[in-house]
Ligand binder design. Sequence first.
Ligand SMILES: [Zn+2]
Ligand SMILES: [Zn+2]
Ligand SMILES: [Zn+2]
Length: 284
Amino acid sequence: MSLKVTVLGSGTSHGVPAIGCDCAVCRSSDPRDRRTRPSILIEVQPGSNLSPLNEPAASPPIAAAADSPISAAARSILVDTSTDLRYQALTNNIRRVDTILFTHAHADHIFGLDDVRRFNAIQRTPIGCYGGAETLDSLRRMFAYMFSPTAQIGGGIPQLLLFQIAGPFSMGGVDIVPVPLLHGRLPVLGFRLGPFAYLTDCNRIPDESWPLLNGVHTVILDALRHRPHSTHFTVNEALDVVARLGAKRAYFTHICHDLPHAQTCRELPAGVELAYDGLVVEIA
Ligand SMILES: [Zn+2]
Ligand SMILES: [Zn+2]
Ligand SMILES: [Zn+2]
């Protein structure tokens, strides 16, 4: 199998620079210190044959996903629709989104959803959106104009199909394993595809989720800052996760303005670095 993962946004909810902040990172001229809101794009390279899962979780697959007409073309997978989606799509020349996976429904992860209209227009198909039950409920409530439209829709509304994730599922030969995480008290989802995992917005990996991560060698992981936080891993906590995973490569994301890119990377152990907007990670 082969995946191309592009970090579209590596910043925390405020983005970096933060509005009205004059700190060294917010004033930095290093482009890697400019962080938009968190999101990644996973492109499954043509001819990929994602290897079967080691141990599929016991929970049942979502029935609708396997039979969906959109499933066969799931080659360009967007994880979350960040506040900065339009800018990220233009910057990274994203021309196609087949599927959207949602980690949770916090504003920084969903408020770009309206921009998906452009992909509907280009592709002329609805786009499948996958998330946990609570996330989908929040989307329906927060974007009522999309899911309970009135007669006048002006410039149009995104054409979306919502699928509730109840366990691992496959699309177009790609196995997607949802990984339950805790973001403070809020349950959120990370995602595993083959040897790669994206684990953002979390400060704890529950015991039952560790087996789902067996064999992961490349991870993009939440690490907000050094100071403790009630809903995000610190750098040291994230390093503990990397060690326990045995991951060969780790990239930290959801980074706030406490962490200057170059200096922080110099302090991290081999194989671990801060992600940055535009970073491409190839997974062979
Ligand atoms: Zn977030
Ligand atoms: Zn700042
Ligand atoms: Zn969050």
